[in-house]
Design a protein around this ligand. Structure first.
Ligand SMILES: [Zn+2]
Length: 290
């Protein structure tokens, strides 16, 4: 089984402002279609048994808004292999109501945050109710960490070091730093090593193989492989191309340095559900295999 901890539900082009869509041309070398189609996701798994954690995103500052109902609807299409996370923009009024509604009514199992895109710091005291709620209800929190193509989003809000302060205060919350915090991977390795419940995902990185090779060498030298989770950032990449991209790194040799193939395989098949305290969705879905 592959657990993809990072896939998007972007149901309509108007989830993004025109300015965001213009900036998004900087994302990859070619254009990226900002509308997700679940069939495209499931047709690109390379035949692997996949569980997908899916979320939308909320960041008014950057012109991103996907209602959590859209995420719940997508989970309902494929409940035995999809887990939905809610999104919150804590700079907007009503976010605490959305947080309770997302768990209680929509059945969402975790929280996605976009600190840089929305313009807040994750360790801001105003977010204390969010971290307490996540701890109380066992909701993992995945944050975008690392740079962006969006001009108005302040990079300082995204630095992985801020999660150190969060984890010191809220050590029980399972936290995932997305994209290894690129290109601040050194900070990511530093914080995930010192906190048992901090993890990082490798989504949307393989297409910069020079950078990812060096990042995973840092992971290797600091011995934090067990904290690294598989992710795609679909529609930015797919499961099949991420698996292939990760495996291709094993062929890289720089002087006497290389990545251990067995650690790459363990990363691809890591049981993130167990690490994050999430049940396999088939055990709870109606008509699922349990
Ligand atoms: Zn993403």
């Amino acid at each position: 089984m592959i657990v993809d901890v990072h896939a998007h539900c972007w149901p309509r082009p108007d989830c993004f402002s025109p300015a965001f869509q213009a900036d998004a041309r900087r994302m990859r070398l070619g254009p990226v279609d900002l509308v997700t189609r679940p069939d495209d996701y499931w047709n690109a798994t390379g035949g692997e048994d996949v569980v997908s954690i899916v979320f939308g995103g909320k960041a008014r500052l950057s012109g991103v808004w996907i209602d959590d109902q859209d995420v719940a609807d997508q989970v309902a299409r494929d409940p035995s292999r999809t887990i939905g996370f809610m999104s919150l923009d804590p700079t907007r009024p009503g976010w605490q109501d959305e947080m309770r509604d997302g768990r209680e009514r929509l059945g969402l199992k975790g929280i996605k945050l976009l600190p840089m895109y929305a313009g807040f710091y994750p360790q801001d005291e105003r977010l204390a109710p969010l971290w307490r709620y996540a701890a109380e209800h066992g909701l993992p929190v995945l944050l975008h960490t690392g740079t962006t193509f969006v001009s108005v989003a302040p990079i300082d809000c995204t630095l992985p070091r801020h999660l150190d302060a969060v984890a010191i205060k809220h050590p029980d919350v399972k936290i995932i730093l997305a994209h290894l915090g690129h290109p601040y991977e050194g900070e990511t390795v530093a914080v995930i090593r010192k906190h048992p419940n901090l993890f990082a995902d490798v989504s949307a990185l393989f297409y910069r193989p020079w950078q990812l090779f060096h990042s995973l060498m840092l992971v290797h030298e600091y011995n934090v492989w067990d904290k690294i989770l598989f992710g795609t950032d679909f529609p930015v990449t797919t499961v099949a191309e991420t698996v292939a991209g990760l495996r291709s790194l094993v062929e890289v040799r720089i002087d006497r340095f290389s990545l251990p193939a067995e650690q790459i395989e363990r990363l691809i098949y890591r049981d993130a559900l167990a690490l994050l305290g999430l049940e396999h969705p088939a055990t709870t879905a109606k008509g699922g295999r349990a």
